[in-house]
Design a binder for this molecule. Structure first.
Ligand SMILES: CC(C)(COP(=O)(O)OP(=O)(O)OC[C@H]1O[C@@H](n2cnc3c(N)ncnc32)[C@H](O)[C@@H]1OP(=O)(O)O)[C@@H](O)C(=O)NCCC(=O)NCCS
Length: 149
């Protein structure tokens, strides 16, 4: 199954499927315009996971300020989870950051999101801080995680 998933850079043609996955995966999703802004940001790359039928199963958005990179968004369709798609997206984003001489990669995650935290720990991310009441719907703290490359 995971061998049938290809990771590739997204184009603006992928905007609506990406926005639909976002809405399916988050209680407080990014708006479509947030993705439009990222598509127009030269320091941002969005990668998509595509199945053999050309359907998008998930995506990752990584952005940079100088050599500090941030995983800004990551989601996999509920029916496609637990088969390694997020790990494959993360590996691609990591390889991309390394190719750009990144010093670090940082992200925020809900304290209750043990699935994502487990994924990130597997890539060497460590908890470095807490942002109180960072998320809405429901209100929750964010854990700040960083890995130095
Ligand atoms: C988090 C998310 C992206 C993981 O996607 P996925 O494709 O299912 O993840 P993978 O199959 O690549 O799993 C990789 C590792 O992550 C961890 N993991 C993923 N889902 C998990 C779960 N439900 N419970 C516990 N650990 C989990 C495991 O360590 C897993 O490795 P393993 O399968 O060898 O145990 C997905 O659950 C999702 O889209 N969630 C909603 C959106 C979200 O929370 N995004 C992250 C915001 S910070």
């Amino acid at each position: 199954m995971i061998n049938e998933i290809n990771i590739k850079p997204a184009t603006i043609d992928d905007l609506m499927p990406i926005a639909r996955i976002e809405t399916a995966c988050f209680t407080n999703p990014w708006w479509t315009v947030n993705f439009q802004i990222e598509f127009n940001n030269p320091d941002t790359e969005i990668f998509i996971a595509v199945d053999t039928h050309g359907e998008i199963a998930g995506f990752i958005c990584i952005t940079a300020v100088l050599d500090e990179f941030t995983i800004a968004d990551l989601a996999v369709l509920p029916q496609m989870r637990r088969c390694g798609i997020a790990r494959k997206l993360m590996q691609t984003a990591f390889d991309f950051a390394k190719s750009k001489n990144a010093a670090s990669v940082t992200l925020e995650v809900r304290v209750s999101n043990s699935a994502a935290i487990g994924l990130y720990e597997g890539f060497g991310f460590k908890k470095v801080g807490l942002r109180q009441n960072y998320y809405r719907n429901p209100q929750e703290d964010a854990v700040l995680m960083t890995v130095f490359l």
